[in-house]
Design a binder for this molecule. Structure first.
Ligand SMILES: Nc1ncnc2c1ncn2[C@@H]1O[C@H](COP(=O)(O)OP(=O)(O)OP(=O)(O)O)[C@@H](O)[C@H]1O
Length: 690
């Protein structure tokens, strides 16, 4: 195919020349906008355009469709047009690109030949053709998919790559799904749920450009995970997406919160239940004193009376605004001060002028009193009768300006403020939750975070980040979210346009979802849909076979995904003693590393410190390092060439530990080993002993 390679190389060179011209143009425009410096929006626009063009540098063009009618379409990361608007390259997200992912020999969709073009830098290195409309066409399925098999077998880098060149038909259907509510991408380990959800974001940003301004949020289980997937969207030319953990979202609203404790599983589970929302709300409500009697407020040595009716009205009106507690408190204050001022005014209004026409105590003759006068008047307790001149009718010396001054004086008074604060206290989320749980604050647990967020929403938080909502939200490892955590995610997505990614068989959090219906229906009723994926692109057959007994024991009826390949290496287990365990781990870890690529040692949290010593690991986990030590929770969503699972029985001893063990075992793309002190758990007895 040498001639063909040369031809494609020539075509590719033309595409890069076009991109280079566009880049130069964008750089020139950006520089001009910078020089003028008057239009930041224009600068942002050209900066984003430059980033988009730069992101396309790697793998600019990766495919070609030859149609039966003779048309030829090149596919790539963006669309490029030549003179006369001819399409030189078609964005993979365009409708006409779809056939690249979905055409089969059985349903060729007008495609005669599908060509995968593999490039390195700006060079074409391989072509892989499938003929779809001839008798000699490849059968439907995975056979002959050199590009796919190369991609899934490749050594891992510690960072997820995009899969735009090899997206499968069932995955493409999820990426382009038109469902407007919540799409739940489910499937076993390694089925590409995360990858698909991220490609769906790129697709939605392309087809619904308004999302660029409304914003897209990707919620993931940990910073390590978010770093792991962090290159995928920028690699697809999309740089505007916000990524956050649940903790990050809470910290935006409650910047002082520190997480440093873990709750016992039962407590965590209880804190995650939806009825906690009502308890948080009740706690906030309970801080407003119920108006059962009049309230006396001292102001400048006299006692003003807030009668019970006015008090109750103020509470009612403030609540009816629907504003968060602290903002509603301002409405309450305004009403109460109004009532108190009314009381004051009533006492003062009959003030007469002296015979010489001066107001008592230094007020001006036109009746206008300064705030100081008013306070002095009030302090003097002046009650002067007979304010009327027969002909003029009632004379009021306090006009609206005076009343406003009076209200301000009341509001500025320490005593009045203290009284108002007692009736309707200013609250903090931390204070509310600490009171509710009967703790003193300080360090919080992960299960406390959604409670703090709930309280922050009810109390009202300051700042732009605190109020941020998004046009589309992706929730990854969504099986981990408690009902309370769902509430906080939903608050950030008023349109309920979401892509939810998860596998209930991998739930590790005691508060996590037992069913999608239970998690989602309270928020979207029936506007959610399942989008199942069935093929495992990560974990080879041998490793999935090793998990079969575990899955069958704890999730009877669950169908494991079909592995797309076999790695030719059978998983093994090594029995050891408690005393020998660290050294054995160090030894077999070295063996696995010798097999090439990156290794994750996954162990129960309690064993991490000791293992870090024998593996000479320090610092927080970094999946780009050759060896990384993780708990099953930290390993969620990640993948490694080799995985060594330590103390599976220890994992199984935890609530939902079977899911943790399943997660740990399915992180490997090539090799899996297990080290167990004592006999193996029954679920692993069938794994070959080394
Ligand atoms: N069509 C594809 N082409 C190439 N690689 C793919 C394809 N689909 C998935 N993969 C690869 O398979 C691996 C698993 O994908 P991903 O992490 O998205 O799966 P997942 O379903 O989210 O897994 P888990 O639930 O176990 O965390 C990744 O390395 C991904 O790049």
């Amino acid at each position: 195919m040498g001639g063909e390679l040369d031809l494609e190389q020539e075509y590719l060179a033309g595409l890069y020349a076009r991109v280079d011209r566009l880049r130069a143009e964008a750089a020139r425009r950006l520089a001009a906008a910078r020089r003028e410096g008057t239009d930041p929006a224009r600068m942002d626009l050209w900066r984003a355009e430059l980033a988009r063009l730069e992101a396309a540098e790697q793998g600019l063009c990766f495919g070609r469709l030859d149609m039966s009618d003779g048309e030829r379409v090149y596919l790539g990361r963006l669309s490029l047009f030549g003179s006369g608007a001819a399409t030189l390259l078609l964005d993979w997200r365009a409708p006409a690109a779809r056939a690249f992912y979905t055409a089969t020999a059985a349903a060729p969709q007008g495609v005669r030949r599908r060509r995968h073009i593999t490039t390195r830098g700006r060079r074409v290195v391989a072509l892989d053709d499938e003929l779809l409309d001839s008798a000699g066409g490849e059968p439907d399925g995975l056979v002959g998919e050199a590009a796919l098999l190369a991609a899934v077998s490749a050594q891992r880098t510690g960072r997820m790559r995009d899969i735009v060149t090899t997206l499968r038909a069932e995955q493409d259907a999820v990426v382009r799904d038109e469902h407007r509510g919540v799409l739940v991408v489910t499937g076993g380990p390694g089925t590409g749920k995360t990858a698909v959800a991220l490609h769906r974001v790129a697709y939605l940003l392309y087809t619904q450009p308004h999302l660029r301004t409304r914003g897209v949020l990707v919620v993931g289980p940990s910073r390590v995970f978010l770093d792991f997937i962090g290159q995928v969207l920028p690699g697809l030319g999309e740089n505007s997406v916000v990524t956050a953990t649940i903790a990050d979202l809470v910290l935006d609203r409650c910047p002082g919160v520190r997480v440093g404790r873990v709750d016992p599983p039962r407590t965590a589970e209880e804190k995650g239940r939806a009825d906690m929302a009502e308890r948080v709300a009740a706690q906030v409500r309970s801080r407003v004193r119920t108006p059962t009697e009049p309230v006396d407020v001292e102001f400048e040595r006299q006692v003003l009376r807030l009668d019970q009716g006015a008090y109750a009205r103020a509470v009612r009106r403030a609540r009816r605004t629907g504003l968060p507690h602290n903002e509603a408190g301002l409405v309450f204050q305004r009403d109460v001060v109004e009532a108190l001022a009314g009381d004051l005014v009533e006492r003062m209004e009959a003030v007469v002028l002296t015979e010489t026409g001066e107001a008592i105590d230094g007020g001006s003759a036109d009746g206008r009193l300064s705030a100081a006068d008013l306070r002095a008047l009030a302090a003097a307790g002046v009650v002067v009768d007979d304010a009327r001149d027969e002909d003029e009718g009632p004379r009021t010396i306090l006009d609206e300006t005076d009343r406003a001054a009076l209200r301000n004086a009341l509001l500025a008074d320490d005593g009045v403020r203290a009284a108002l604060e007692e009736l309707w206290p200013t609250l903090t989320a931390e204070g509310v939750v600490a009171e509710l749980l009967g703790v003193s604050g300080g360090e919080w647990s992960p299960a406390d975070l959604p409670l703090l967020d709930e309280a922050a929403a009810l109390v009202g938080a300051d700042g732009v980040a605190a109020r941020a909502t998004f046009g589309h939200v992706v929730v990854d490892e969504a099986q981990e979210l408690s009902e309370m955590a769902w509430r906080m995610v939903m608050r950030r997505c008023p349109t309920r346009s979401m892509t939810v990614v998860g596998d209930l068989a991998q739930t590790g959090d005691p508060g996590g979802a037992g069913s999608w219906e239970r998690a989602l229906a309270p928020h979207v009723r029936d506007r959610w849909r399942l989008a199942p994926l069935t093929v495992n692109y990560r974990t080879p057959t041998e490793i999935m076979d090793a998990t079969a007994d575990l899955l069958a024991a704890h999730h009877p009826g669950a169908r494991p995904p079909r592995s797309v390949r076999s790695a030719g290496e059978t998983p093994w287990r090594v029995r050891t003693t408690e005393a020998e365990l660290p050294n054995v781990v160090a030894e077999v870890a070295a063996d696995l590393l010798a097999g090439g690529g990156r290794l994750a040692v996954v162990a129960p949290a309690a064993r991490l410190d000791a293992l870090a010593v024998v593996l000479s690991l320090t610092g927080p986990p970094d999946p780009t390092e050759p060896v990384v030590l993780l708990t099953p929770g930290q390993a969620k969503g990640l993948e490694f060439d080799s995985v060594l699972v330590v103390d599976p029985a220890g994992m199984l001893g935890e609530p939902l530990g079977h899911n943790d063990l399943y997660v740990a075992m399915t992180r490997a793309t090539q090799r899996l080993g297990l080290v167990h002190p004592g006999p193996p758990p029954a679920e692993l007895a069938a794994v070959r002993e080394r």
